[in-house]
Design a protein around this ligand. Structure first.
Ligand code: CP
Ligand code: NVA
Length: 307
């Protein structure tokens, strides 16, 4: 293990299973502590957002502040980036002020340019391809509820989007069997699937991508869904909703095919009545609020290890 200090985290591809385990262990250790070590004392962290956010913004701002650092929230359109200053010029300037950059962008390629130019570590706060920080929180939630990862089964029902791509990789690396149910034409990124299959071969996890949600959910320890219309896809809303609803909506009936005691997960924000019914989110089986809280714990764990 080369160590996490100074590393860019653009996806879970860059993290070994041992490193993921280390981040999760550090996150749960810090979650139990009233005060956290001031690892970021005197250090500023830029938080760039090209899209809206509640959880990612607040968890990172809070994590940086609790670790003794200074979070600098930057809205893309209020920066000169929004007026055409290049990403690489921006990266060179930010390097003179901050010790790390977290960015939420439309195009993953922009993150790659940012990471290639900036000396400071760059963390992906969501791109069109990946959402690694979310999946760290999801894995921590699975551990809290199910006391292990290896051998669990997670069913992801819905759009093969950024969250699905990162879940495939995160589950494959940590030995969680994952079944994805999606309509034809809405599957995960083939590169993410290929990568996840290679990781699964090493961890012993299984990966299946099917059309029937019941088949995916059968015997699952956790059922996960995300919006059918990700940020940036608003123009496709009607076509997408008709491709997914009602078949891919997570309802109590669909959940009844999972294992007794299965939990419901969602990265949030949820669109009640679209990808999930309100009774499922509000049910005792739902772990979504703990999952959201875990965004803070994993942001603290991750930042304290890479800085
Ligand atoms: N899950 C998540 O990333 O939420 P936000 O869009 O609110 O940051
Ligand atoms: N797939 C969603 C996740 C939001 C946290 C999106 O990209 O909009």
């Amino acid at each position: 293990m080369a160590g996490l200090k100074g590393r860019d985290i653009l996806s879970l591809v860059e993290l070994s299973p041992r490193e993921i385990d280390l981040i999760l262990k550090r996150s749960s250790l810090l979650a139990r502590r009233r005060t956290v070590p001031q690892k970021l004392k005197g250090k500023a962290v830029a938080l760039i957002f090209q899209k809206p956010s509640t959880r990612t913004r607040v968890s990172f701002e809070t994590a940086v502040a609790q670790l003794g650092g200074h979070p600098v929230y930057l809205s893309w359109n209020e920066m000169q980036l929004g007026r055409g200053e290049t990403i690489s010029d921006t990266a060179k300037v930010l390097d003179r002020y901050v010790k790390a950059i977290m960015a939420r962008v439309y195009s993953h390629d922009d993150l790659v340019v940012l990471a290639e130019t900036a000396d400071a570590p760059v963390i992906n706060g969501l791109s069109d391809k990946h959402h690694p920080c979310q999946i760290l929180a999801d894995l921590l939630t699975l551990i809290q509820y199910k006391k292990r990862l290896k051998g669990l089964k997670l069913a992801y029902v819905g759009d093969g989007n950024n969250v699905c791509n990162s879940l495939l990789i995160g589950c494959a690396k940590t030995g969680v069997n994952i079944a994805v149910a999606r309509p034809p034409g809405y599957g995960p990124d083939p590169e993410a699937v290929k990568y996840a299959e290679e990781a699964a071969a090493r961890s012993g996890a299984s990966i299946s991508i099917v059309e029937d949600p019941k088949e995916a959910v059968r015997g699952a320890d956790a059922v996960y869904t995300d919006t059918f219309v990700s940020m940036g896809m608003e123009k496709e809303k009607e076509t997408r909703l008709s491709a997914f609803i009602p078949k891919y909506q997570v309802t109590r009936t669909l959940l009844s095919h999972a294992k007794p005691g299965a939990i419901f997960l969602h990265c949030l924000p949820a669109h009640r009545g679209e990808e999930v019914t309100a009774d499922v989110i509000d049910d005792a089986q739902s772990a979504v609020w703990d999952e959201a809280e875990n965004r803070l714990h994993t942001a603290r764990g991750l930042l304290s290890l890479i800085m």
